[in-house]
Ligand binder design. Structure first.
Ligand code: KIV
Length: 290
């Protein structure tokens, strides 16, 4: 029996997300970096994010700062080739929306031309010029506030944000600004649950939380965290539903043991010659031995 609960049958659109927020229907988002993860997740979730977390999750970088537009293009194209029904959002990597408006629009527009339906970018009011330019260029934008991983050097580590009055009030103001500028949704990462719930109530656009409590309009977790596909220590906010590394490694161990014992491949995994050809090759001898 399938455990898929209420996937949305049609292609998910931004107006649908706005409606779901008004109806109180919770939204589900996960990351996909390639066709395998996209095909597994697409029948289940509402939003697929080609996150710049690909840098630390799949490419071996320490954080997301080394991820380039070229790398993101490669992963966006792979996921887009699966033609997902979930809304496909591409993450704007570090330095792709900091240099100039023209550069920002070119980078974001490139993701849309490769099949994304929207982009996500980190930061609040400080990014207002770029956000406005994107919205004016018909590029849908998801904002991202709180613990923004591209600010790791400024924050001094991956620390929960919004725990002082000034930080909490600035976050509430930033969320309002991002809604006013035209963001269609916000990711709220690594902030106290009460603050995320207050932000969510103050907005008409949906909030998607990660480490931000249950009061958001939806939740996002990294695909590899949900499925236990990393050996790294997992943050407190992650819930892992299968220990994928153990399960998959166990399967590989069984295959390797079969190879080593000669139990693999068996008759069912082998091709056979027609009978007369089998006789012909049995009677074959090298030319110089005749
Ligand atoms: O890159 C990413 O995976 C993200 C999500 C965790 C929100 O930004």
């Amino acid at each position: 029996m399938s455990h898929i609960s209420q996937p949305h049958a049609q292609r998910v659109t931004i107006p649908m997300l706005q409606r779901w927020k008004a109806e109180g229907r919770r939204m589900v988002m996960t990351t996909a970096y390639d066709t395998v993860s996209a095909r597994i997740a697409d029948p289940v979730v509402d939003i697929l994010l080609v996150g710049d977390s690909v840098g630390n999750v799949c490419l071996g970088f320490e954080n997301t700062l080394s991820v380039s537009v070229e790398m993101m293009n490669h992963h966006v194209e792979a996921v887009a080739r699966t033609k997902p029904r979930a809304l496909l959002v591409a993450d704007m990597p570090f330095l792709s929306f900091h240099i100039s408006v023209a550069d920002t629009i070119r980078n974001a527009g490139g993701f849309l031309q490769r099949g994304a339906a929207a982009v996500k970018l980190e930061g609040g009011a400080r990014r207002i010029e770029m956000l406005k330019a994107l919205v004016d260029s018909e590029i849908p934008v998801m904002g991202h506030l709180g613990l923004t991983p591209q600010s790791v050097n400024v924050i001094g580590g991956f620390k929960v944000q919004g725990r002082t009055a000034s930080e909490a009030l600035r976050l509430l103001d930033d969320a309002q600004t991002l809604q006013e500028v035209g963001c269609f949704a916000l990711v709220l990462e690594g902030i106290p649950a009460e603050l995320a719930a207050r932000v969510t109530d103050s907005l008409t656009i949906p909030t998607i939380g990660i480490g931000a409590g249950v009061g958001c309009s939806g939740q996002v977790l990294v695909f590899h965290d949900v499925l236990g596909l990393t050996d790294e220590p997992r943050p407190k906010f992650v819930r892992t539903y299968v220990e994928g590394v153990d399960t998959l490694r166990d399967a590989l161990l069984r295959w390797a043991a079969d190879v080593r014992s000669g139990a693999f491949p068996g008759a069912q995994e082998s091709y056979r010659l027609p009978g007369d050809l089998a006789d012909a090759i049995a009677n074959w001898a090298p030319l110089n031995s005749k």
